[in-house]
Design a protein. Structure first.
Lengths: 137, 137
DNA sequence: ATGTATGCAAAACATTTGCACCTGG
DNA sequence: CCAGGTGCAAATGTTTTGCATACAT
């Protein structure tokens, strides 16, 4: 279970739901969860936390920059712990595995393109869809 | 109004709703519409076409590669005519304007990154969020 | 004619919100 | 104690579906 200090720093009161949810995200820091995923894990570990609270907490965490929310294909949002290091994603269309990557050249080119169009870039999302090495076999 | 041949080639029977919807998309080939946008335009031009039909037709068009569906931020899907030329998008977070762009170097780098991870790339979506030149002023 | 498409209303989802109750500091 | 957080249920917004009717070939 995470230190309550992390929540304090984010300006959030230390409560059991918040600690539990942050714990789940930290235990699998490289994974991506839907709100429902988090909710199921809470139930599995015997917690009585409502789905609405999961949504509220994840939204607060997003506001506090503790997590990042993604809108991959399929209508539902996925959340991942924000480790401070920006990266982009490859999503396997078969097994839904998510691979993270970072390419400085691509980042630089995006900045250039934005400048060429007088566009003030705030953030971006690059998602590549395809088959991971396990699924292509 | 578009030629019924385009629908025929896509394997879709020529019907009035399909022709009308395709017409709207073609009349503004560089714009991006939500299903509701298309529905409103139909109503404005006096057509009695249900929203459910708009969704069904757009989904069929997507399957037929006539249109491309995007999941930008904000929960709703947007559709654009598929002109066959791949491109990526900048979305203004203030006025929702969509600017298209294409950068061959970025495309190439994506292919490289995928290869480096033994990932079989099928498609990708690069969306840059920020302020367009009108909104930054 | 006949199989497919459409319209409407209802269902299905993901997410948000109102409100009474509970909790952390 | 008291502001803020949580649970539940109901509301919301978008997209899908069931079914009877209408249409294209």
């Amino acid at each position: 279970m995470p230190n309550s200090e992390e929540l304090r720093q984010a300006g959030l009161k230390t409560t059991l739901p918040r600690l539990k949810i942050l714990g789940i995200l930290e235990d699998a820091a490289d994974q991506h969860f839907t709100a429902e995923d988090v909710y199921k894990r809470l139930l599995d570990s015997g917690e009585e936390i409502g789905l609405a609270t999961v949504y509220r907490v994840l939204t607060q965490f997003e506001g506090a920059q503790l997590v990042i929310r993604h809108n991959f294909e399929g209508g539902r949002s996925v959340f991942e712990l924000n480790d401070g290091k920006h990266h982009d994603h490859m999503v396997c269309v078969k097994c839904s595995k998510v691979i993270e990557f970072y390419n400085q050249q691509i980042e630089n080119l995006q900045t250039e393109v934005a400048e060429d169009h007088s566009f003030t870039l705030q953030e971006h999302a690059l998602v590549m869809y395809g088959l991971c090495s396990d699924c292509v076999a």
